[in-house]
Design a protein around this ligand. Sequence first.
Ligand SMILES: [Zn+2]
Length: 244
Amino acid sequence: MDDRQWRTHRLEQADQTLREWDARVLAAGPEGIVLDRSAFYPGGGGQPPDHGVLLWGGVQTRIVDARKGDDLYLMPAEADPLPAVGTAVRGAVEDERRTALMRTHSGLHVLCGVVFRDFGAPVTGGNMEPLTARMDFNLPDIPPGFRDAVEAACNAEVQADRRIDVRVLPRDEAFAIPDIIRTATNLVPPEVKDVRIIDIVGLDQQADGGTHVASTRQVGRIEVVKVENKGKGFRRLRIRVADA
Ligand SMILES: [Zn+2]
């Protein structure tokens, strides 16, 4: 999969606050709907796809999923009407779900930065739903008070209200940043020339296509719900994101 070949211009990559926009239908059929411009995050990097709606000709097509193939296909709710090719539509991302996912995704990057800085443990995997997530680390020994220490350090970083910047860098420049290399979960295919970097300034930098809040305070409170031992240095941390 190489999203640079998609016909859809991905608006959410540059503006993570965008929730409504105008677009035109390039394809529509059983395989899904392709738009010329879309702010629907299609899923990836552990962040699930957005939900939302297309409004056109007095009807609505609910978008409940996305499929990444030769194009970015938006998947309509079963039995919802399909707009014809060429139709002008108004797209809208469901704000509650997306905002929750942005807070959760940024919260995971805070966790990732804290656990690496304070315990030297790299991330090996992760996944999220709105306001709940897990992240896996390679951490052979859990020191006493680990859960409380991680939770306190995460919330200190939230309170510090660190800026979360998005940058697109040429591949060579991106991989010259030491932080980018250590995040083994985000292996970037060799044909990708430009790398999008999410920078929690002073804490964590990762190659990442996901959507994030603009500063750490917007995450809210991070609760480390559980630390699971999955064997052989494999630790799974479960978090919940709550209102501050
Ligand atoms: Zn991420």
